[in-house]
Design a protein around this ligand. Structure first.
Ligand code: GLY
Ligand code: MN
Ligand code: MN
Length: 433
């Protein structure tokens, strides 16, 4: 985790952008999985971005006055609960470790929030993100409104705090990039191990276990999203996560898996033959997707707009679909009609960061956003061929995606997942050793 000064600086930057008013940023709730067992806890990304604080039942309140103040509400120290569930910082410990100006028991939140919101012009809050918090905030505001005759006013404006935070999170700092590179390194190692472990007859979940083992043994806290380990036709199900089929000789295996490290996601897809050797039709489509990815990566640089990598990948894919008899007509006509969507139905990437599909505007003032140094994104073209009349049979049930993570640099981009093999020769070589 970063130094407390990193989080303090982010809080100050946010309060400067607010100018005045109060911001309220709660962390995530704990969620029950079944009966009294919980899902593994994961903090809210906005809250973590501003605090580094990982305990549940915590709220950050920022007061953007002339004397900006950051206040944490968190669980009290509690020896009994700490014996059962583990360490808690408690308010005093949180001030010391995370550099808040003040911290109080979460039990004091309702009483203090009303007071802190009194006579403030604006409340910055992610309205609509969580119903329980919306109800609580509404009660505070109504409580203040009811005191109008005593000269107390509620904030007149509610602004979405995410608008300011999304813009901050879109540009990664050197320490964030360092964490993302380390996450990418763990995930590339996991993909290489998965390639080596794959054999006809194994189950998809056995390969998933290789990935999870590699993530965890290098200190990743969790997968950044549910791993997709999809053999053969399963690769044509874009969000296939059951991972319970047997791998068959002659099929491809598509793995979309990445670890989360200290809150930051990596997101890699590789597709390779279960038996270690690409067949002719598999090679044709694989080389096409690889060429589409190279064309897209070439456009990941300052001066390009967000959609240019996607447009570049599409242009290559559409020409290939026509050459291979998957689509008919001219490239312009296939692009115009959208017929290519039968085989390529998703976009070529997304922002990457604390969330795998990270925050940040894709369009700005009505136009696609320009890429700038410090932005991080995925580049992930694919091709998915389901059996259908008129579709050449040799391509049926082939699903391919190749996905890398890119950092926009001053002159182009850095592919931080490049160590995961993707050239046909490299993959076949890795799979023989
Ligand atoms: N693994 C999620 C995605 O590629 O978008
Ligand atoms: Mn992705
Ligand atoms: Mn992915």
């Amino acid at each position: 985790m970063f130094e407390a000064s990193v989080f303090r600086q982010r809080r100050l930057q946010l309060m400067q952008s607010m100018g005045s008013g109060v911001a309220l940023i709660p962390t995530a709730h704990e969620a029950l999985r079944n009966r009294d067992s919980h899902f593994p806890y994961r903090f809210d990304s906005y809250f973590y971005y501003l605090t580094g604080f990982q305990e549940p039942e915590a709220v950050l309140l920022l007061v953007a006055d002339a004397q900006p103040k950051s206040i944490l509400f968190c669980r009290d120290k509690d020896m009994e609960r700490e014996i059962w569930d583990g360490f808690r910082h408690g308010p005093a410990g949180a001030v010391e470790r995370f550099g808040f100006d003040e911290a109080y028991s979460i039990a004091q939140l309702d009483e203090m929030a009303s007071k802190l919101l009194a006579n403030q012009p604006k409340l910055y809050y992610a309205l609509g993100q969580d119903q329980a918090w919306d109800a609580r905030v509404t009660a505070w505001l109504n409580h203040l409104r009811a005191q109008g005759r005593s000269g107390i006013s509620a904030p007149a404006e509610i602004c979405d705090v995410r608008t300011l935070l999304d813009e901050m999170r879109l540009f990664k700092s050197p320490e964030e990039l360092d964490t993302m590179r380390r996450a990418a390194k763990i995930s590339t190692g996991a993909h290489i191990n998965a390639m080596r472990a794959t054999r006809p007859g194994k189950m998809e979940y056995e390969i998933e276990a290789e990935l999870l083992h590699e993530f965890r043994r290098h200190g990743s806290q969790a997968p950044a999203y549910s791993s997709i380990v999809a053999g053969g036709a399963n690769a044509c199900v874009l969000h296939y996560v059951v991972n319970n089929a047997r791998l068959r000789d002659g099929d491809l295996l598509l793995i979309d898996a990445g670890c989360e490290l200290d809150g930051y996601a990596s997101d890699i897809t590789r597709t390779f033959p279960v038996n270690g050797k690409f067949s002719g039709p598999q090679k044709d489509l694989y080389e096409l997707v690889l060429a589409a990815q190279a064309a897209a990566i070439d456009k990941v640089r300052p001066g390009s707009h967000w959609n240019q990598p996607h447009e570049a990948a599409l242009e290559v894919l559409v020409r290939g679909f026509i050459d291979f008899g998957l689509c008919q007509g001219t490239p312009e006509a296939v692009l115009e009609s959208g017929d290519y969507r039968r085989f390529y139905m998703h976009r070529t990437g997304h922002w990457l960061g604390l969330d795998v599909h990270d925050v940040g505007e894709y369009k700005h003032d009505g136009g696609w956003r320009q890429l700038q140094p410090g932005m991080t994104l995925t580049v992930e073209p694919g091709c998915y061929v389901r059996p259908a009349d008129g579709v050449p049979k040799q391509f049926w049930d082939i699903g391919i995606r190749i996905e890398d993570d890119a950092v926009v640099t001053a002159t182009g981009c850095e592919i931080i997942t490049a160590a995961a093999p993707k050239m046909i020769g490299e993959i076949e070589a890795v799979m023989t050793c």
